[in-house]
Design a protein around this ligand. Sequence first.
Ligand SMILES: [Fe+2]
Length: 275
Amino acid sequence: MAPGLTVLHASDLQCGKPFLPEAADALLRVAHAVSPDLVVVAGDLTQRAKVREYETARRVLDRFGELPVVVTPGNHDVPLYRVWERLGQPFRNWRNFTGRDELDTVTRVHGATVVALSSAAPLRAVVNGRLHPSQVDFARHAFADAAHDDLRILVVHHHFAPVPTAEGGDPLPGAAGLADSFREMGVDVVLGGHVHQLHLRIFRGLPFLSTGTATSRRGRGVEAGWNSFCVHRFAAGHVEVTPYRRAPHAADFEPMDTVGFELGARGAGEGSVAR
Ligand SMILES: [Fe+2]
C-alpha cells in the first residue's frame, strides 16, 4: 500500500430537511486542511432520495474538487414513501446522481482497493439493509484482483457490530458470517455509517468503523444534535483514526483523541473511542 494513505470518511449527509449547510461548510474546511488522498461517503447522502436532495449532495461532493470520492447507497437513498417508485425503480435517482448503473463498485487508488457494496434493500429491509451472497462474491473477486500489498477497504452503509446504546437499530442480518467472509478475503477495514454516532469497534477480528452524521441534525445517542466524521491515516498493518465532532451550533469540527487499530486479521481485542 502507499505509505501514509489518508482517507476522509463521512456518512449520512442527509441532504433534505435535516441537512445543515453550515456543517457541510465546516466539513469542507477540515477536508482542505487535511488534504486526504480519498474521500468516502458511506451512504444516506439524502433524506428522501429526491432529485433536489441529490442535487444538494452533488454540490457538496463537487467541493472536494479533484479528489476521488467513493459513495455507496444507504437506506435513505431509496424512496420510503413513494412506494411505487421504491418497488419499481428504487435506485433511479441514485443512478442519475452517480451517472453509473452499478450499485457495487471497485475503486483502485494510491495502493488501495476500495470495494463499496450497496446494503440498501428497498424491497426486503428498507431500514436495516441486506447484503446478498452475490455481493460477497463481487467483493471476493475484486479483492482477489488487487495487488498483493494493496490496502483492502470495504464500504458498507449499515453497521455490523451491535451499538451499545441500542440506538441505530439492529445490525445487518448475518453480520457475523459476513464479517468472517470479509476477513477471510483479506479485508483490512470496513467503513460505514447509519448509526448516526461514532461506533469504532473490532468485530470478528476486523475493525468496523462507523461514523456519525456529518451534516445533518439527526445525530443519535451521545451525538444527539452533534455531527461527526473521521480521518483515517493508514500505515503498514495499522490505522490511526482521528474522529472530528461538531457541537450543536458550533462553527467548526474539533478533532478528538486519535485511536489506533490493527488492520484485518491482525486485529485483536476491542477497540473503542473516547467519549
Ligand atoms: Fe441509514
